[in-house]
Write a protein that binds this ligand. Structure first.
Ligand SMILES: [Cu+2]
Length: 131
């Protein structure tokens, strides 16, 4: 009885192992390989520190190929793989970094961690030499 049971257990394990392998293998090469799309997010970034922080955060996001923030216009341009991520996911990533993304406000905790000069309430540096 015991050996009968373990036989079925082994058979089950083998089948499920092959099943998960079969599931992961074909997705490695999607048909729309290399397709890149671009979109823009209006952020609350104010300086070059914000720029570096946001571009770095985007670089760590899955599916992002390139991110560029234009400080004067506060617009973040992201090149991404539509088969790997979505604009909504990337907007959330911006919020998690502490910045507003379009009409969605920054995540409060991430925003609190920003240096004072990078907070959107700090208007002082926008017309001074802070870069
Ligand atoms: Cu800043």
């Amino acid at each position: 009885m015991n050996s009968f049971k373990s036989f079925w257990l082994a058979a089950l394990l083998l089948v499920s192992a092959q099943f998960t392998f079969a599931q992961t293998a074909p997705t490695a090469k999607p048909s729309a390989k290399g397709a890149t799309e671009q979109f823009q997010i209006k952020t609350s970034a104010v300086c070059d520190m914000c720029k570096a922080r946001l571009e770095k955060a985007m670089a760590y996001e899955k599916g992002v190929q390139e991110a560029h923030l234009d400080v004067p216009s506060q617009v973040l341009t992201v090149s991404y793989r539509p088969d790997k991520t979505t604009p909504a996911t990337l907007r959330t990533a911006v919020q998690r970094t502490g910045y507003d993304a379009d009409d969605q406000t920054a995540e409060a905790r991430a925003y609190e961690r920003l240096p004072d000069c990078c907070k959107k309430t700090n208007k002082v540096h926008s017309d001074t030499g802070h870069k």
